[in-house]
Write a protein that binds this ligand. Structure first.
Ligand code: TMP
Ligand code: ASP
Length: 239
């Protein structure tokens, strides 16, 4: 599969055309940003680790009946995916209060939520990805009622699958962000990535943070956390 022209460059990934017009190549970079790109850095080998972790999760989800964009891993940093029209929403699921919900609602970080909380953010860098509700989404025509129902159902199912899997590896799934797209048949499938960049993972015993919060908050041992998550999730000891 040949990598053709770069179609898009995001903060952590590049997207290339392939020799099949329905398929794209995703390249995972080591670049890391936080706070709408105000903080910039690199996390050594993050691209390799996130490609592996994300593909592991997408395969697990496919096995459980969730449709994803993943076709196959091509090499350490590149994966072949189905081309989709991304729905401009960040779909966040939360099991434990942390990050923006803790701040917004005055909850102490670490508070177990009585039920998973689903949130939608409008993917729009100029606006700083604001939190929006279902009425906003319908008015902006980002998704209709039926599509929102599907997004919510898929996010809840993904949460159950990942939560149970990670619990067995000694990890609490605090929260995570998903992105979905429509394939050429108009079907909604999971896209983007699921990795320590897009999830909060806390060690169940020690509550140690094993995700991008180590970078966002300057907690140190950032690379070690990514390697530890690779090991917990895939069993792979080192690269
Ligand atoms: P938040 O608490 O900052 O709103 O983040 C919720 C989850 O979403 C957390 O697991 C990190 C993830 N996330 C992203 O993947 N990309 C983003 O741009 C933001 C703000 C959060
Ligand atoms: N990657 C996002 C940004 O740079 C935010 C984050 O993951 O915290 O805005």
């Amino acid at each position: 599969m040949e990598k053709k022209e770069m179609l898009y460059e995001g903060k952590a990934k590049q997207i290339f055309a392939s020799d099949n017009e329905d398929q794209l190549i995703v390249h995972f970079k080591d670049d890391a940003t936080a706070f709408d790109g105000q903080k910039k850095g690199q996390i050594a080998q993050k691209g390799i680790i996130n490609n592996k972790i994300s593909n592991f999760f997408f395969k697990l989800l496919e096995e459980k009946g969730i449709k994803t964009h993943l076709i196959k891993e091509l090499n350490e940093r590149d994966s072949l995916v189905k081309k989709v029209d991304i729905i401009p929403l960040e779909v966040v699921m939360r099991n434990i209060a942390a990050g923006s919900i803790a701040k917004r609602l005055g909850l102490e970080e670490g508070t177990k939520l009585p039920a998973p909380v689903l949130e939608f953010y409008y993917k729009n860098d100029d606006l700083g990805d604001p939190l929006i509700n279902r009425s906003h989404i319908e008015v902006l025509e980002l998704a209709d009622e039926e599509e929102l129902r599907i997004l919510a159902e898929m996010a809840e199912e993904i949460n159950k699958i990942l939560f149970d899997f990670l619990k067995n590896q000694g990890i609490d799934l605090v929260d995570f962000k998903l992105e979905f797209g429509k394939n050429k048949d108009g079907e909604i499938i999971l896209a983007d990535e699921i990795s320590p960049d897009t999830c909060r993972f806390w060690d169940s015993e020690t509550q140690q943070k094993l995700d991008k919060d180590r970078f966002r908050r300057d907690l140190g041992d950032v690379e070690a956390a990514y390697h530890e998550m690779l090991k917990r999730i895939t069993g792979q000891e080192s690269l």
